[in-house]
Design a protein around this ligand. Structure first.
Ligand code: X8Z
Ligand code: ZN
Length: 627
């Protein structure tokens, strides 16, 4: 999230601003606490009288200014902690996070005073967003705040440091990027299993701390008036939380048949490769065979699944390697796409301050992320980029965050966010959908564009990224919501994790698991406590955005061949939506871009319709679904 011009002031002025704010807040607190004094002879307003709209407005504006200052400090501390993982940086980051959590809890409490006021919609919206501005709220008790912040920072750091040593030799120890390479490339089930199992050993030591994080977060959520942290997360979609859950069900029911067709096809192809004893016909697919540590995207196993006689389509991996395109150059390609749409180039500081490759001499959190440090123009990404098609897409994903952050950086701090969190995750992916063979040829990465007759191969490739992801995108928070609500007890963390993976994804653990394991904790967003439903929404939304932008560009052909590269009209439409930030309910933003007020899975279904037909033909005579 980026910032407002006032943060360009000197630190002395900032200091001064905080003192004034402190006095105002103390006065407000004193008022809220003192009993109503009635003095009939006095014409001044009695202490404890009903607050006014003007006071509420002043309160929230001062609150967001104070919070933004703390967000910036904690953002910087966290940037350093994730770029140089040590006990000290972790501790500094925890302190800064505690300050944010403490202030948010205090302000949310003070804000209760204005609860019964009829406020203008934008002011009321800020009060709501204030409570939702932290992913895990802290209780009021300072000791609990400190404990929560410390646990959160240590889980994030431990994930980043995660290392698997297959034997006693130190030089054989591996961190995630190298372990992921094995999952992506190897077709040896033994080697795959060792890598899968190896990475999952990082999580059990975090299980106890995670359990405590849940307890403390829930306490904080309750003090803010939510049933638990999950209920709080579901309250962030401009509709009653239960309606949001129903929306998810509706979308999942729409896309599930497409997923099941893909799953069936992949399963019998894998059975051809590994044998029916390894991949049984009607059972969930073993999770280590899908080319990805979490079996969340399957594009790495495309070579095992390619249609007979089909060419593999453009090989972006090979093109990047052949042309010696390094990490930074990949990011330049991403930036050039955005500038082709009419966006300003990234600032020079982006290139100076970002992390593009994994350093050899220290631990960093390699999980890709995009940052706006000052809520203005200090934009950065942090990524351990490899020259692969997958990372080429992820570069666009991250830059989508940065261009969004910059597009709303003139809004008040509490509105500096995406319309809903799915929007933030969808923008870069929308652009990456425009990375078509035609586009790749235009920028000189490939020489020839495959004919339309090879569209099935292209669609299959893309579906392994997008369609395969859908159930995983959904299930992570189906698990967490139940963990936060207490429906899933700590003693059942692992069992319930695999039940949901079986139910939604149709995947199974490759070896028996027990409650000594903590397999959810082998996923970054669980340890870092990042809500995950946003990625499910983003997968639906990005096709809806793509369809709308292609229409704006006047394109009428099949959606998988549409690229909005260089189209200023589409760029303007996109920019208009981004600039709304979170200032209005998300259906307004969606309507500005697509003319629709509902999230709509027909776009992704239309996009893959020819593939669905083809998959169902291929699956004839094979088992579909799982027991
Ligand atoms: O975490 C991410 C991004 C950063 S917001 C790289 N993604 C999810 C994941 O890696 O699990 C993008 C796709 C899903
Ligand atoms: Zn993202």
């Amino acid at each position: 999230m980026p910032s407002i011009a006032s943060f360009q002031r000197s630190s002395l002025q900032r200091q001064l601003g905080r003192v004034v704010l402190f006095v105002v807040l103390m006065t407000a607190m004193a008022r809220a606490q003192s009993p109503m004094k009635i003095n009939p002879s006095s014409s001044t307003k009695p202490l404890g009288a009903q607050p006014t709209v003007a006071e509420a407005k002043r309160f929230i504006e001062q609150a967001e200014t104070r919070l933004q200052d703390l967000w910036i400090k904690s953002g910087r501390a966290s940037w350093v902690a994730e770029n140089f993982i040590t006990e000290d940086t972790e501790s500094i980051s925890a302190d800064a996070d505690q300050a944010v959590k403490a202030a948010t809890a205090q302000l949310a409490n003070q804000a209760k005073r204005f609860d019964r006021l009829q406020l203008p919609p934008d002011v009321a919206r800020k009060f709501k967003l204030l409570k939702l501005s932290v992913d895990i709220p802290a209780p009021h008790d300072p000791a609990a705040q400190a404990e929560l912040a410390k646990i959160a920072a240590s889980l994030d750091g431990d994930y980043g440091k995660g290392t698997w040593c297959p034997d006693d030799k130190k030089e054989n120890c591996k961190q995630l990027p190298d372990i992921e390479k094995i999952l992506a490339k190897s077709h040896d089930p033994k080697e795959l299993l060792a890598a899968w199992q190896g990475w999952h050993t990082i999580a059990p030591p975090m299980r106890k701390r995670y359990t405590r994080l849940v307890e403390l977060g829930n306490q904080g959520a309750k003090e803010m008036g939510f049933a638990d942290v999950g209920a709080m997360w579901r309250s962030n979609y401009d509709m009653p939380p239960d309606d949001f859950s129903k929306e998810l069900d509706r979308l999942w029911i729409q896309v599930r048949p497409l997923y099941v067709s893909l799953h069936a096809y992949v399963r019998w192809k894998l059975a051809e490769q590994y044998g029916k004893d390894v991949v049984p016909e009607d059972a969930p697919i073993p999770a280590h065979l899908l080319g990805n540590m979490w079996a969340q995207e399957w594009n790495n196993i495309y070579p095992l699944l390619a249609p007979a006689n089909a060419k593999t389509g453009p090989d972006v991996d090979a093109a990047l390697k052949a042309k010696n395109i390094d990490a930074k150059a990949m990011v330049h390609y991403g930036e050039a796409f955005f500038t082709s749409l009419g966006f300003e180039p990234l600032p020079s500081t982006f290139w100076e301050r970002s992390l593009f490759t994994k350093p050899r001499d220290r631990d960093v959190v390699c999980h890709s992320s995009a940052w706006s440090i000052d809520y203005k123009d200090d934009l950065r990404i942090k990524m351990c980029i490899e020259p692969t098609a997958e990372d080429f897409a992820t570069v666009h994903h991250e830059l989508g965050h940065n261009f969004y952050q910059r597009a709303y950086n003139n809004l008040p701090p509490l509105f500096q966010n995406s319309a809903n969190d799915g929007f933030h995750e969808a923008i870069g992916d929308t652009i990456a959908l425009s990375v078509t063979p035609e586009y790749l040829q235009k920028i000189g990465l490939i020489d020839t564009v495959p004919p339309v007759s090879e569209d099935i191969a292209l669609l299959l490739q893309r579906s392994l990224d997008k369609v395969a992801f859908l159930p995983f995108g959904l299930l992570v928070d189906q698990w967490r919501w139940k963990v936060f609500s207490g429906e899933i007890k700590p003693a059942d963390y692992n069992k319930s994790w695999w039940e949901l993976r079986r139910k939604y994804q149709g995947v199974a653990p490759p070896i028996p698991r027990s409650e000594d394991d903590f397999d959810a904790g082998a996923k970054y967003h669980v340890d870092a406590n990042v809500p995950y439903t946003r990625y499910f929404l983003a997968t639906i939304l990005q096709f809806q955005f793509h369809r709308a932008l292609c229409k704006e560009a006047g394109y009428t052909g099949p959606l998988n061949r549409c690229s909005i590269y260089g189209n200023k009209a589409a760029g303007a439409k996109l920019a208009k939506m981004l600039a709304i930030g979170e200032s209005r309910p998300w259906p307004d933003a969606l309507e500005a871009m697509t003319g629709q007020r509902q999230m709509d899975a027909t776009a992704i279904l239309d996009y893959f319709a020819p593939l669905k037909k083809w998959l169902d033909e291929q699956n004839a005579g094979h088992k579909v679904g799982w027991n």
